[in-house]
Write a protein that binds this ligand. Structure first.
Ligand code: GLC
Length: 479
Protein backbone atom coordinates (compact mmCIF):
# COMPACT_ATOMS: atom_id res chain seq x y z
CA UNK A 1 0.00 0.00 0.00
CA UNK A 2 1.50 3.32 -1.05
CA UNK A 3 1.09 6.28 1.24
CA UNK A 4 0.37 9.68 -0.26
CA UNK A 5 0.10 12.97 1.59
CA UNK A 6 -1.63 15.93 -0.06
CA UNK A 7 -0.37 19.27 1.24
CA UNK A 8 -2.42 22.33 0.36
CA UNK A 9 -3.60 25.71 1.56
CA UNK A 10 -7.32 25.11 0.97
CA UNK A 11 -9.70 22.19 0.73
CA UNK A 12 -13.46 21.70 0.41
CA UNK A 13 -15.51 21.44 2.66
CA UNK A 14 -13.28 23.19 5.22
CA UNK A 15 -12.06 26.30 3.47
CA UNK A 16 -12.27 27.55 -0.11
CA UNK A 17 -11.32 30.53 -2.21
CA UNK A 18 -11.19 28.80 -5.59
CA UNK A 19 -10.99 25.63 -7.64
CA UNK A 20 -7.85 24.45 -5.85
CA UNK A 21 -10.02 23.66 -2.82
CA UNK A 22 -12.44 21.60 -4.92
CA UNK A 23 -9.65 19.50 -6.36
CA UNK A 24 -7.85 18.90 -3.06
CA UNK A 25 -11.19 18.06 -1.44
CA UNK A 26 -12.45 15.62 -4.06
CA UNK A 27 -9.48 13.86 -5.69
CA UNK A 28 -8.39 11.91 -2.54
CA UNK A 29 -11.85 10.30 -2.32
CA UNK A 30 -11.50 8.90 -5.81
CA UNK A 31 -8.03 7.37 -5.52
CA UNK A 32 -8.31 3.61 -5.14
CA UNK A 33 -8.26 2.97 -1.39
CA UNK A 34 -7.15 -0.63 -1.77
CA UNK A 35 -3.76 0.38 -3.12
CA UNK A 36 -3.30 3.91 -1.77
CA UNK A 37 -3.63 5.51 1.61
CA UNK A 38 -4.21 9.16 0.72
CA UNK A 39 -4.33 11.73 3.52
CA UNK A 40 -4.48 15.50 3.42
CA UNK A 41 -2.66 18.10 5.53
CA UNK A 42 -3.90 21.68 5.81
CA UNK A 43 -3.49 24.78 7.96
CA UNK A 44 -5.95 24.92 10.85
CA UNK A 45 -7.43 28.31 9.93
CA UNK A 46 -9.62 30.06 12.42
CA UNK A 47 -12.07 30.54 9.55
CA UNK A 48 -12.82 26.80 9.32
CA UNK A 49 -16.44 26.38 10.49
CA UNK A 50 -16.94 25.33 14.09
CA UNK A 51 -18.95 22.30 12.98
CA UNK A 52 -15.69 20.77 11.70
CA UNK A 53 -13.50 22.08 14.49
CA UNK A 54 -15.70 20.46 17.10
CA UNK A 55 -14.99 17.07 15.61
CA UNK A 56 -11.24 17.48 15.29
CA UNK A 57 -9.16 15.40 17.59
CA UNK A 58 -6.10 16.95 19.20
CA UNK A 59 -3.12 14.67 18.48
CA UNK A 60 -0.12 16.48 19.90
CA UNK A 61 1.96 19.62 19.61
CA UNK A 62 5.61 20.60 19.35
CA UNK A 63 7.80 23.64 18.90
CA UNK A 64 9.58 24.21 15.64
CA UNK A 65 12.45 26.45 14.73
CA UNK A 66 11.82 28.70 11.79
CA UNK A 67 14.99 30.71 11.24
CA UNK A 68 15.43 32.61 14.53
CA UNK A 69 11.85 32.01 15.72
CA UNK A 70 10.58 29.13 17.77
CA UNK A 71 6.96 28.45 16.88
CA UNK A 72 4.14 26.34 18.26
CA UNK A 73 2.67 23.67 15.97
CA UNK A 74 -0.49 21.89 17.07
CA UNK A 75 -1.67 18.80 15.21
CA UNK A 76 -5.37 18.08 14.87
CA UNK A 77 -6.98 15.17 13.05
CA UNK A 78 -10.38 14.62 11.47
CA UNK A 79 -11.77 11.75 9.42
CA UNK A 80 -14.38 12.64 6.86
CA UNK A 81 -15.91 10.44 4.15
CA UNK A 82 -13.16 7.88 4.57
CA UNK A 83 -10.29 10.38 4.26
CA UNK A 84 -7.95 11.39 7.10
CA UNK A 85 -7.22 15.09 7.36
CA UNK A 86 -4.52 16.68 9.50
CA UNK A 87 -4.65 20.33 10.48
CA UNK A 88 -1.63 22.28 11.65
CA UNK A 89 -2.49 24.84 14.25
CA UNK A 90 -0.78 28.11 15.02
CA UNK A 91 -2.83 31.12 16.06
CA UNK A 92 -0.27 33.66 15.02
CA UNK A 93 -0.32 32.56 11.40
CA UNK A 94 -3.78 31.15 10.85
CA UNK A 95 -6.23 33.39 12.64
CA UNK A 96 -7.19 35.65 9.71
CA UNK A 97 -10.75 35.72 8.37
CA UNK A 98 -9.53 34.31 5.03
CA UNK A 99 -6.65 31.94 4.23
CA UNK A 100 -4.66 34.63 2.46
CA UNK A 101 -3.87 38.19 3.43
CA UNK A 102 -1.16 40.37 1.99
CA UNK A 103 1.69 38.62 0.29
CA UNK A 104 4.43 39.45 2.79
CA UNK A 105 2.41 37.83 5.56
CA UNK A 106 1.55 34.86 3.36
CA UNK A 107 5.21 34.37 2.50
CA UNK A 108 6.00 33.76 6.16
CA UNK A 109 2.76 31.86 6.84
CA UNK A 110 3.42 29.28 4.16
CA UNK A 111 7.11 28.93 4.93
CA UNK A 112 5.92 28.01 8.40
CA UNK A 113 3.30 25.64 7.03
CA UNK A 114 5.70 23.90 4.64
CA UNK A 115 8.33 23.29 7.27
CA UNK A 116 5.70 22.26 9.81
CA UNK A 117 4.27 19.66 7.41
CA UNK A 118 7.62 17.91 7.24
CA UNK A 119 8.34 18.32 10.94
CA UNK A 120 4.95 16.86 11.92
CA UNK A 121 5.31 13.62 9.98
CA UNK A 122 7.15 11.53 12.59
CA UNK A 123 4.59 12.64 15.19
CA UNK A 124 1.52 11.61 13.21
CA UNK A 125 3.16 8.28 12.49
CA UNK A 126 2.48 8.56 8.81
CA UNK A 127 5.50 8.34 6.59
CA UNK A 128 4.29 9.16 3.10
CA UNK A 129 6.01 7.63 0.11
CA UNK A 130 4.98 10.72 -1.81
CA UNK A 131 4.09 14.23 -0.74
CA UNK A 132 1.78 15.73 -3.33
CA UNK A 133 2.15 19.52 -3.13
CA UNK A 134 -0.37 21.97 -4.57
CA UNK A 135 0.52 25.49 -5.70
CA UNK A 136 3.11 27.95 -4.41
CA UNK A 137 1.95 27.80 -0.80
CA UNK A 138 3.52 24.35 -0.55
CA UNK A 139 6.45 25.05 -2.88
CA UNK A 140 8.98 25.05 -0.05
CA UNK A 141 8.17 21.48 0.98
CA UNK A 142 10.43 19.89 -1.67
CA UNK A 143 13.05 22.53 -0.87
CA UNK A 144 13.07 21.91 2.89
CA UNK A 145 13.01 18.19 2.22
CA UNK A 146 16.14 18.52 0.13
CA UNK A 147 17.76 20.88 2.59
CA UNK A 148 17.88 19.33 6.05
CA UNK A 149 15.10 16.80 6.35
CA UNK A 150 16.33 14.28 3.80
CA UNK A 151 19.41 13.77 5.94
CA UNK A 152 17.26 12.13 8.58
CA UNK A 153 16.57 8.44 8.11
CA UNK A 154 12.81 8.88 8.44
CA UNK A 155 12.68 11.14 5.39
CA UNK A 156 15.03 9.31 3.09
CA UNK A 157 13.38 8.31 -0.16
CA UNK A 158 10.24 10.44 0.23
CA UNK A 159 9.28 11.71 -3.24
CA UNK A 160 7.47 14.92 -4.06
CA UNK A 161 5.05 15.98 -6.77
CA UNK A 162 4.27 19.62 -7.47
CA UNK A 163 0.91 20.34 -9.06
CA UNK A 164 0.43 23.78 -10.56
CA UNK A 165 -3.17 24.94 -10.43
CA UNK A 166 -2.35 28.45 -11.48
CA UNK A 167 1.10 29.62 -12.58
CA UNK A 168 0.13 33.25 -12.10
CA UNK A 169 0.57 32.90 -8.34
CA UNK A 170 4.16 32.07 -7.44
CA UNK A 171 4.82 33.41 -3.95
CA UNK A 172 7.48 36.01 -4.69
CA UNK A 173 9.30 38.25 -2.21
CA UNK A 174 12.75 39.72 -1.83
CA UNK A 175 15.61 37.32 -1.22
CA UNK A 176 16.88 38.87 1.98
CA UNK A 177 13.53 38.68 3.74
CA UNK A 178 12.85 35.18 2.47
CA UNK A 179 16.25 34.03 3.67
CA UNK A 180 15.51 35.56 7.03
CA UNK A 181 12.06 33.98 7.26
CA UNK A 182 12.90 30.52 5.95
CA UNK A 183 16.34 30.04 7.39
CA UNK A 184 17.44 28.64 4.03
CA UNK A 185 21.06 29.32 3.19
CA UNK A 186 22.37 31.48 0.38
CA UNK A 187 22.97 28.34 -1.62
CA UNK A 188 19.26 28.19 -2.52
CA UNK A 189 18.96 31.69 -3.92
CA UNK A 190 20.59 31.34 -7.30
CA UNK A 191 18.91 31.35 -10.69
CA UNK A 192 18.94 27.55 -11.03
CA UNK A 193 17.05 27.29 -7.71
CA UNK A 194 14.72 29.75 -5.97
CA UNK A 195 15.89 32.99 -7.50
CA UNK A 196 13.88 34.48 -10.37
CA UNK A 197 14.21 38.03 -11.67
CA UNK A 198 16.10 39.14 -8.57
CA UNK A 199 13.55 37.80 -6.07
CA UNK A 200 12.89 34.57 -4.23
CA UNK A 201 10.14 32.44 -5.76
CA UNK A 202 8.49 29.63 -3.76
CA UNK A 203 6.80 27.96 -6.70
CA UNK A 204 10.04 27.90 -8.62
CA UNK A 205 11.65 26.17 -5.64
CA UNK A 206 8.89 23.58 -5.72
CA UNK A 207 9.27 23.03 -9.44
CA UNK A 208 13.05 22.71 -9.28
CA UNK A 209 13.15 20.37 -6.28
CA UNK A 210 10.13 18.13 -6.84
CA UNK A 211 10.48 14.80 -8.63
CA UNK A 212 7.55 15.46 -10.94
CA UNK A 213 5.56 18.51 -11.99
CA UNK A 214 1.98 18.30 -13.11
CA UNK A 215 -0.62 20.82 -14.09
CA UNK A 216 -4.35 20.57 -14.50
CA UNK A 217 -4.84 20.16 -18.27
CA UNK A 218 -2.86 19.12 -21.32
CA UNK A 219 -3.29 22.43 -23.07
CA UNK A 220 -2.13 24.41 -20.05
CA UNK A 221 0.93 22.14 -19.71
CA UNK A 222 1.80 23.14 -23.23
CA UNK A 223 0.80 26.80 -22.94
CA UNK A 224 2.98 27.50 -19.89
CA UNK A 225 6.03 26.69 -21.97
CA UNK A 226 5.31 29.85 -23.97
CA UNK A 227 5.93 33.45 -22.88
CA UNK A 228 2.30 34.60 -22.78
CA UNK A 229 1.14 31.93 -20.33
CA UNK A 230 4.50 31.22 -18.72
CA UNK A 231 4.38 34.12 -16.24
CA UNK A 232 8.13 34.48 -16.51
CA UNK A 233 8.80 30.78 -15.90
CA UNK A 234 8.24 29.54 -19.46
CA UNK A 235 11.96 28.84 -19.86
CA UNK A 236 11.95 26.65 -16.77
CA UNK A 237 8.74 24.95 -17.86
CA UNK A 238 10.16 24.04 -21.26
CA UNK A 239 13.36 22.81 -19.65
CA UNK A 240 11.16 20.62 -17.46
CA UNK A 241 8.97 19.51 -20.37
CA UNK A 242 9.97 15.87 -19.94
CA UNK A 243 8.79 15.71 -16.36
CA UNK A 244 5.78 17.98 -16.85
CA UNK A 245 2.39 16.35 -17.26
CA UNK A 246 -1.11 17.66 -17.77
CA UNK A 247 -3.92 15.81 -16.02
CA UNK A 248 -7.33 17.36 -16.43
CA UNK A 249 -9.37 17.85 -13.25
CA UNK A 250 -12.59 16.04 -12.56
CA UNK A 251 -15.50 17.16 -10.46
CA UNK A 252 -17.17 15.45 -7.55
CA UNK A 253 -19.97 13.53 -9.25
CA UNK A 254 -21.71 12.95 -5.94
CA UNK A 255 -21.94 16.61 -5.15
CA UNK A 256 -22.76 17.66 -8.69
CA UNK A 257 -25.57 15.45 -9.88
CA UNK A 258 -28.78 17.08 -11.14
CA UNK A 259 -30.63 13.86 -10.41
CA UNK A 260 -29.95 13.93 -6.65
CA UNK A 261 -28.80 17.49 -5.94
CA UNK A 262 -30.67 18.70 -2.86
CA UNK A 263 -29.78 22.33 -3.45
CA UNK A 264 -31.69 22.70 -6.70
CA UNK A 265 -35.44 23.17 -6.95
CA UNK A 266 -36.27 20.34 -9.36
CA UNK A 267 -34.15 17.27 -9.99
CA UNK A 268 -33.63 16.05 -13.53
CA UNK A 269 -31.42 13.77 -15.59
CA UNK A 270 -30.22 13.14 -19.12
CA UNK A 271 -33.57 11.63 -20.13
CA UNK A 272 -36.09 14.04 -18.64
CA UNK A 273 -34.24 17.35 -18.83
CA UNK A 274 -36.43 18.51 -21.74
CA UNK A 275 -39.38 18.78 -19.39
CA UNK A 276 -37.76 19.19 -15.99
CA UNK A 277 -34.73 21.45 -16.37
CA UNK A 278 -36.82 24.47 -17.33
CA UNK A 279 -38.61 24.34 -13.99
CA UNK A 280 -35.31 25.30 -12.38
CA UNK A 281 -35.05 28.24 -14.75
CA UNK A 282 -38.52 29.45 -13.78
CA UNK A 283 -37.74 29.07 -10.10
CA UNK A 284 -34.46 30.95 -10.50
CA UNK A 285 -36.12 33.79 -12.42
CA UNK A 286 -38.60 34.11 -9.59
CA UNK A 287 -35.98 33.93 -6.86
CA UNK A 288 -33.80 36.58 -8.52
CA UNK A 289 -36.65 38.88 -9.51
CA UNK A 290 -36.04 38.50 -13.22
CA UNK A 291 -38.84 38.49 -15.76
CA UNK A 292 -40.54 35.11 -15.95
CA UNK A 293 -39.99 34.11 -19.52
CA UNK A 294 -39.06 30.66 -20.87
CA UNK A 295 -37.75 32.21 -24.05
CA UNK A 296 -35.16 34.47 -22.45
CA UNK A 297 -31.71 33.07 -23.11
CA UNK A 298 -30.45 32.76 -19.55
CA UNK A 299 -26.66 32.92 -19.27
CA UNK A 300 -24.86 32.18 -15.99
CA UNK A 301 -21.47 33.19 -14.65
CA UNK A 302 -20.13 31.73 -11.40
CA UNK A 303 -16.60 32.94 -10.94
CA UNK A 304 -13.97 34.73 -8.97
CA UNK A 305 -14.30 38.21 -10.47
CA UNK A 306 -10.71 38.67 -11.63
CA UNK A 307 -9.16 39.55 -14.96
CA UNK A 308 -8.13 35.92 -15.51
CA UNK A 309 -11.77 35.15 -16.13
CA UNK A 310 -12.08 37.37 -19.21
CA UNK A 311 -14.41 39.89 -17.62
CA UNK A 312 -12.85 42.72 -19.61
CA UNK A 313 -14.45 41.20 -22.70
CA UNK A 314 -17.83 41.31 -21.01
CA UNK A 315 -17.23 44.88 -19.86
CA UNK A 316 -16.49 45.86 -23.44
CA UNK A 317 -19.77 44.63 -24.96
CA UNK A 318 -22.11 44.36 -21.99
CA UNK A 319 -24.75 46.65 -23.53
CA UNK A 320 -25.02 44.45 -26.61
CA UNK A 321 -24.74 41.30 -24.54
CA UNK A 322 -27.68 42.18 -22.30
CA UNK A 323 -30.17 42.51 -25.13
CA UNK A 324 -33.93 42.10 -24.65
CA UNK A 325 -33.95 38.36 -25.12
CA UNK A 326 -31.01 37.62 -22.78
CA UNK A 327 -30.84 37.25 -19.02
CA UNK A 328 -27.45 37.43 -17.31
CA UNK A 329 -26.93 35.95 -13.85
CA UNK A 330 -23.63 36.53 -12.08
CA UNK A 331 -22.40 35.03 -8.81
CA UNK A 332 -19.06 35.75 -7.19
CA UNK A 333 -16.77 38.32 -5.64
CA UNK A 334 -13.45 39.81 -6.60
CA UNK A 335 -12.06 43.01 -8.05
CA UNK A 336 -14.23 46.03 -7.36
CA UNK A 337 -14.38 47.23 -10.94
CA UNK A 338 -16.06 43.98 -11.99
CA UNK A 339 -18.31 43.82 -8.94
CA UNK A 340 -19.50 47.34 -9.74
CA UNK A 341 -19.89 46.63 -13.43
CA UNK A 342 -22.40 43.89 -12.70
CA UNK A 343 -24.09 45.86 -9.92
CA UNK A 344 -24.58 48.74 -12.31
CA UNK A 345 -26.17 46.63 -15.02
CA UNK A 346 -28.35 44.82 -12.50
CA UNK A 347 -29.65 48.25 -11.52
CA UNK A 348 -30.01 49.44 -15.11
CA UNK A 349 -31.69 46.29 -16.45
CA UNK A 350 -33.26 44.89 -13.31
CA UNK A 351 -35.60 42.57 -15.21
CA UNK A 352 -32.76 40.81 -17.00
CA UNK A 353 -29.49 41.16 -15.11
CA UNK A 354 -28.92 39.71 -11.65
CA UNK A 355 -25.70 40.52 -9.78
CA UNK A 356 -25.05 38.30 -6.78
CA UNK A 357 -21.87 39.80 -5.40
CA UNK A 358 -21.19 37.21 -2.72
CA UNK A 359 -20.55 33.51 -2.70
CA UNK A 360 -23.22 30.95 -1.98
CA UNK A 361 -22.82 27.29 -2.76
CA UNK A 362 -26.57 26.83 -2.89
CA UNK A 363 -27.07 29.70 -5.32
CA UNK A 364 -24.28 28.35 -7.50
CA UNK A 365 -26.05 25.00 -7.83
CA UNK A 366 -29.28 26.78 -8.75
CA UNK A 367 -27.48 28.75 -11.44
CA UNK A 368 -25.85 25.62 -12.89
CA UNK A 369 -29.25 23.95 -13.01
CA UNK A 370 -31.40 26.88 -14.07
CA UNK A 371 -29.45 28.65 -16.80
CA UNK A 372 -29.49 27.73 -20.48
CA UNK A 373 -25.85 28.54 -21.04
CA UNK A 374 -22.74 29.24 -18.97
CA UNK A 375 -20.23 31.88 -20.04
CA UNK A 376 -16.50 31.52 -19.37
CA UNK A 377 -14.41 33.73 -21.69
CA UNK A 378 -11.17 33.31 -19.71
CA UNK A 379 -7.94 35.02 -20.68
CA UNK A 380 -6.23 31.87 -19.44
CA UNK A 381 -7.65 28.86 -17.62
CA UNK A 382 -5.44 26.11 -16.20
CA UNK A 383 -8.41 23.77 -16.05
CA UNK A 384 -11.65 25.41 -14.99
CA UNK A 385 -14.29 23.47 -13.10
CA UNK A 386 -17.44 25.48 -13.82
CA UNK A 387 -17.61 24.35 -17.43
CA UNK A 388 -17.45 20.73 -16.23
CA UNK A 389 -20.27 21.31 -13.76
CA UNK A 390 -22.25 23.03 -16.52
CA UNK A 391 -21.82 20.07 -18.86
CA UNK A 392 -23.06 17.75 -16.14
CA UNK A 393 -26.14 19.94 -15.61
CA UNK A 394 -26.89 20.28 -19.31
CA UNK A 395 -26.13 23.98 -19.21
CA UNK A 396 -24.31 24.67 -22.44
CA UNK A 397 -20.85 26.18 -21.90
CA UNK A 398 -19.66 29.11 -24.00
CA UNK A 399 -15.90 29.37 -23.55
CA UNK A 400 -12.70 30.74 -24.95
CA UNK A 401 -10.40 28.09 -26.37
CA UNK A 402 -7.65 28.14 -23.78
CA UNK A 403 -6.21 25.66 -21.26
CA UNK A 404 -8.71 23.27 -19.77
CA UNK A 405 -11.62 24.98 -21.50
CA UNK A 406 -10.17 23.97 -24.82
CA UNK A 407 -9.64 20.41 -23.62
CA UNK A 408 -13.09 19.84 -22.18
CA UNK A 409 -15.60 21.71 -24.34
CA UNK A 410 -16.06 20.49 -27.92
CA UNK A 411 -17.25 23.29 -30.17
CA UNK A 412 -20.66 22.84 -31.77
CA UNK A 413 -20.57 21.91 -35.43
CA UNK A 414 -23.98 22.45 -36.99
CA UNK A 415 -23.14 20.50 -40.15
CA UNK A 416 -22.09 17.35 -38.38
CA UNK A 417 -24.29 17.79 -35.34
CA UNK A 418 -21.39 17.34 -32.93
CA UNK A 419 -20.04 19.27 -29.99
CA UNK A 420 -20.97 20.02 -26.40
CA UNK A 421 -20.71 23.79 -26.28
CA UNK A 422 -19.60 26.94 -28.07
CA UNK A 423 -16.15 28.45 -28.22
CA UNK A 424 -14.10 31.21 -29.74
CA UNK A 425 -10.39 31.49 -30.20
CA UNK A 426 -9.17 35.06 -29.91
CA UNK A 427 -9.35 37.18 -26.82
CA UNK A 428 -11.71 39.59 -28.50
CA UNK A 429 -14.97 40.99 -27.14
CA UNK A 430 -16.86 40.85 -30.43
CA UNK A 431 -15.77 37.29 -31.11
CA UNK A 432 -17.25 36.45 -27.74
CA UNK A 433 -20.42 38.42 -28.44
CA UNK A 434 -20.88 36.75 -31.82
CA UNK A 435 -20.46 33.35 -30.22
CA UNK A 436 -23.05 34.12 -27.56
CA UNK A 437 -25.42 35.38 -30.24
CA UNK A 438 -24.85 32.29 -32.34
CA UNK A 439 -25.66 30.10 -29.33
CA UNK A 440 -28.72 32.19 -28.61
CA UNK A 441 -29.89 31.76 -32.17
CA UNK A 442 -29.70 27.97 -31.91
CA UNK A 443 -31.48 28.11 -28.56
CA UNK A 444 -34.31 30.29 -29.90
CA UNK A 445 -34.73 28.93 -33.41
CA UNK A 446 -33.44 25.36 -33.47
CA UNK A 447 -34.69 23.88 -30.25
CA UNK A 448 -34.15 20.28 -31.35
CA UNK A 449 -30.54 20.99 -32.19
CA UNK A 450 -30.12 22.75 -28.85
CA UNK A 451 -31.51 19.77 -26.98
CA UNK A 452 -29.20 17.42 -28.84
CA UNK A 453 -26.30 19.59 -27.72
CA UNK A 454 -27.50 19.08 -24.16
CA UNK A 455 -27.76 15.32 -24.78
CA UNK A 456 -24.12 15.25 -25.81
CA UNK A 457 -23.01 17.55 -22.99
CA UNK A 458 -24.70 15.42 -20.34
CA UNK A 459 -23.28 12.22 -21.81
CA UNK A 460 -19.70 13.39 -21.22
CA UNK A 461 -17.86 11.94 -18.26
CA UNK A 462 -15.81 14.41 -16.23
CA UNK A 463 -15.96 12.50 -13.00
CA UNK A 464 -12.61 11.78 -11.36
CA UNK A 465 -12.68 8.24 -12.71
CA UNK A 466 -10.24 8.72 -15.57
CA UNK A 467 -8.03 11.38 -14.04
CA UNK A 468 -7.71 9.60 -10.69
CA UNK A 469 -6.33 6.62 -12.64
CA UNK A 470 -3.71 8.88 -14.17
CA UNK A 471 -2.63 10.12 -10.75
CA UNK A 472 -2.51 6.53 -9.49
CA UNK A 473 -0.29 5.71 -12.39
CA UNK A 474 2.23 8.42 -11.54
CA UNK A 475 2.13 7.46 -7.85
CA UNK A 476 2.85 3.89 -8.86
CA UNK A 477 5.79 4.76 -11.05
CA UNK A 478 7.45 7.35 -8.87
CA UNK A 479 10.02 5.32 -7.01
C1 GLC B 1 -7.18 27.33 -10.28
C2 GLC B 1 -7.30 27.57 -11.78
C3 GLC B 1 -8.47 26.78 -12.38
C4 GLC B 1 -8.39 25.32 -11.95
C5 GLC B 1 -8.31 25.23 -10.44
C6 GLC B 1 -8.20 23.80 -9.93
O1 GLC B 1 -8.23 27.94 -9.61
O2 GLC B 1 -7.47 28.95 -12.05
O3 GLC B 1 -8.43 26.84 -13.78
O4 GLC B 1 -9.53 24.63 -12.39
O5 GLC B 1 -7.17 25.94 -9.97
O6 GLC B 1 -7.12 23.11 -10.49
Amino acid sequence: MKKILFAASECVPFIKTGGLADVVGSLPKYINQQDYDVRVILPCYKAIPASFKENMEYKTHFYMELAWRNQYVGIMELKLQGVTFYFLDNEFYFSGSTPYSNIHEDIEKFAFFSKAVLSALPLIEFRPDIIHCHDWQTGLIPVYLHDTFSKGEFYQGIKTIMTIHNLKFQGVWDIKTVQDITGLSEYYFTSDKLEAYGDANYLKGGIVYSDLVTTVSDSYAFEIQTPFFGEGLDGLMSAKANSLMGIVNGIDYEEYDPQTDKLITYNYNARDFRKEKIKNKRALQKELGLKNNDKSFMVGIVSRLTDQKGLDLIDCVIEELCSDDVQLVVLGTGEQKYENLFRHYAWKYSDRVSANIFYSNERSHKIYAGCDAFLMPSLFEPCGLSQLISLRYGTVPIVRETGGLRDTVEPYNEYESTGTGFSFQNYNAHDMLNTVNYAKNIFLNKKREWNKLIDRAMAKDFSWKNSALKYENIYLNLN
